[in-house]
Design a protein around this ligand. Structure first.
Ligand code: PLP
Length: 435
């Protein structure tokens, strides 16, 4: 299924301390980083400067959709960069039009705007909501507790986590958070100023919590009734990660089939933000707007210099092509199921270390048991970070979420044998702690 990738290049230097010193001196210390200096990757593996190999089940936080150094992606970058890397949005070019067409065909009738990151895609949704409600004096956007929508001022105002807001007050006005998966709370929160609701289909940073089908269907009804927009943040859970293009398509699989059969119309949000896996590591974001609202952001109302460049769009088109050709949506579903079942077995076998597993497809969260006495490491660090460190030692990358959860967001072309290898590594660590 996966194309054969070339062997990684030989190591040139083994200089952890020198690289870290550069960061300490010259890079803004806004990230908590692990003590790993990476040099190159190949498929589902990355290598550090000491030559150590890691199975990358973190996938660059759901970005490396085709893994590392995929030849099709490299070729698309090289070929397109020979023709045209960038032109301004004063002009037309084919790749942007074709990518918009492809995304529309995966979502539904509407139009797309291209940007460079997830938070910018969400910013576009916020502007859409404001413009939509403007003439009636409606501007408020309701979001959910434990959500994550990015790190700009509007992004942190939208995000339902106090830790991202701290120190940056006052918040951009017009955002309020209510409990996730709680339709009654959302209904009660709607005010005459509300213009839109924004939710993730599966909360990622919040700990990998999927929305229930009833919640999504209920939100659609509520938004129709109150004439407000239903916006979905598909930045982390989108792009086939859950086994369908968007997580709502997976969560509502059964009700969509029923809707198709009885002709009652399928669920569609009014807009969806995208980024991360869309470019497989090349920075590109996008948002799709459903047809009735697709012209709300009229000429002059929104823009960005780099958005939808020929290079970015060509790469994104190539990724879509590989996903379709190699049936990676099905792989995300099947290999994700295999990984989830394996993790569940481990949680049952080692209940003093692992509490539970949740998620969909290749978006999984492993919740640790509270207060693991045998967990080594700096006790001022969260359990999730200390466990991630142990996984690193054992040769596996995962992504901490909150204090207790490790996320697995690997390439969509993760092989079943690689999922099994990951499970073996995890069991090796966990059984050592359970002894
Ligand atoms: N929305 C969600 C659901 C995310 O998970 C993220 C990033 O983790 C963002 C938005 C922000 O994306 P970016 O970091 O590309 O700005």
């Amino acid at each position: 299924m996966k194309e054969i990738v070339p062997e990684p290049p030989p190591l040139v230097r083994n200089d952890v301390a020198a690289t870290q010193a550069l960061f300490q001196k010259y890079v803004v210390p806004s990230y908590g980083r692990f003590d790993i200096v990476l040099t190159h990757g190949s498929g589902s593996y990355v290598y550090d400067v000491t030559g150590k190999r890691y199975l990358d089940l973190g996938g660059g936080i759901a970005v490396s959709s085709l893994g590392h150094s995929h030849p099709a992606l490299t070729e698309a970058l090289v070929e397109q960069s020979r023709k045209l890397v960038h032109v301004s949005n004063y002009y037309y070019h084919e790749p942007q039009g074709r990518l918009a067409q492809a995304l529309v065909s995966l979502l539904g009738p509407g139009k797309c705007f291209f940007c460079n990151s997830g938070v910018e895609a969400n910013e576009g949704l916020f502007k859409l909501a404001r413009k939509f409600g403007h003439d009636e004096g409606r501007f408020e956007i309701l979001t959910t507790l434990h959500s994550f929508h990015g790190r700009t001022l509007a992004g942190i105002a939208a995000t339902g986590q106090e830790k991202v807001k701290k120190g940056f007050e006052p918040m951009v006005p017009g955002f309020r958070q209510v409990a996730y998966n709680d339709l009654a709370a959302m209904r009660a929160a709607i005010s005459p100023a509300t213009a839109a609701i924004l939710v993730e289909g599966v909360q990622g940073e919040g700990g990998v919590t999927p929305a229930s089908p009833e919640y999504l269907l209920g939100l659609r009804q509520l938004c129709d009734e109150k004439k407000i927009l239903l916006l979905m943040d598909g930045v982390q859970d989108g792009h086939f990660r859950t086994g369908r293009f968007q997580s709502f398509q997976r969560i509502l699989e059964d009700s969509m089939t029923a809707a198709r059969q009885n002709g009652s119309g399928e669920f569609l949000p009014d807009a969806v933000s995208m980024a991360k896996s869309l470019g497989g590591g090349f920075p590109i974001g996008a948002f799709w707007i459903r047809a009735p609202y697709a012209d709300v952001l009229s000429a002059g109302s929104h823009g960005t210099t780099f958005g939808g460049s020929p290079l970015g769009c060509t790469v994104a088109l190539k990724i879509l092509d590989v996903i379709q050709r190699e049936k990676l949506a099905q792989n995300a579903q099947n290999t994700g199921e295999r990984l989830q079942q394996g993790l569940l077995k481990l949680a049952q076998k080692y209940p003093t270390i692992l509490h539970t597993v949740r998620g969909l497809g290749l978006m999984l969260g492993l919740e640790l048991a509270p207060n693991i006495a045998s967990l080594p490491g700096d006790s001022t660090k969260t359990q999730a970070v200390r466990m991630a460190n142990l996984f690193h030692k054992a040769g596996l990358l995962s992504i901490p979420a909150g204090t207790q959860i490790l996320r697995f967001l690997p390439p969509l072309n993760l092989r079943p044998s690689e999922a099994d290898e990951g499970l073996q590594i995890i069991e090796g660590v966990v059984s050592g702690l359970a002894r």
